[in-house]
Each structure stands twice: as C-alpha cells, then as structure tokens.
Design a protein around this ligand. Structure first.
Ligand SMILES: O=c1ccn([C@@H]2O[C@H](COP(=O)(O)OP(=O)(O)O[C@H]3O[C@H](CO)[C@@H](O)[C@H](O)[C@H]3O)[C@@H](O)[C@H]2O)c(=O)[nH]1
Length: 65
C-alpha cells in the first residue's frame, strides 16, 4: 500500500515509517523540518536498508473565509 506519513521525520512519524517500510509498504514522508532534522532520513535509510528519493515541494497557505 502507498502510505503518506505527515511529520514522518519526527519521533512518532519516523518510528511509524520504519514499521510500515519493514511491512513492505511504500512510504511517502511529508515534513517541513520545523521540529526535525533532515539527517533523520539517513538513519531511516540505514535502519531499513532503503535509500529515499527526495522531492522538495513548497506549499503556500490558502486562506478561505
Ligand atoms: O506544521 C508542521 C508541524 C510539524 N511537522 C513535523 O512533524 C513532525 C512531528 O512533530 P512533533 O510535534 O515534534 O511530534 P513528535 O516528533 O512526535 O514529537 C513530540 O512527541 C515526542 C514524544 O512524546 C516528544 O518527545 C517531542 O518533544 C514532541 O515534540 C516533526 O518532524 C515536524 O518537523 C511538520 O512537518 N509540519
């Protein structure tokens, strides 16, 4: 299954991502690094044995009233 993990470089998100990857799911992590370091990606690769492909996306806020 393809699973989007928001905040996936944080404590809970990264542990969730490892479990999902180890259970053969395809994981996409969205994290704006507000409370995480991109170095966590290296650790995820080491733990899972899978190297990530990084895409950088800028999301602009949209305000609706
Ligand atoms: O608008 C946002 C807000 C957060 N994040 C990311 O979401 C992840 C998770 O955010 P955070 O609120 O830090 O949650 P946790 O990583 O689960 O950490 C919380 O929960 C941990 C376990 O209880 C505590 O140790 C931490 O202090 C506490 O911040 C981080 O990678 C952030 O960079 C975004 O991408 N966008």
């Amino acid at each position: 299954m393809n699973i989007l993990v928001t905040g996936g470089l944080g404590f809970i998100g990264s542990h969730t991502a490892v479990k999902l990857i180890k259970n053969n799911h395809k994981v996409i992590i969205a994290d704006n690094l507000v409370n995480a370091k991109v170095e966590i990606l290296e650790k995820l690769s080491t733990i899972t044995g899978i190297k990530s492909t990084d895409y950088y996306v800028t999301l602009k806020p949209i305000f609706c009233f």
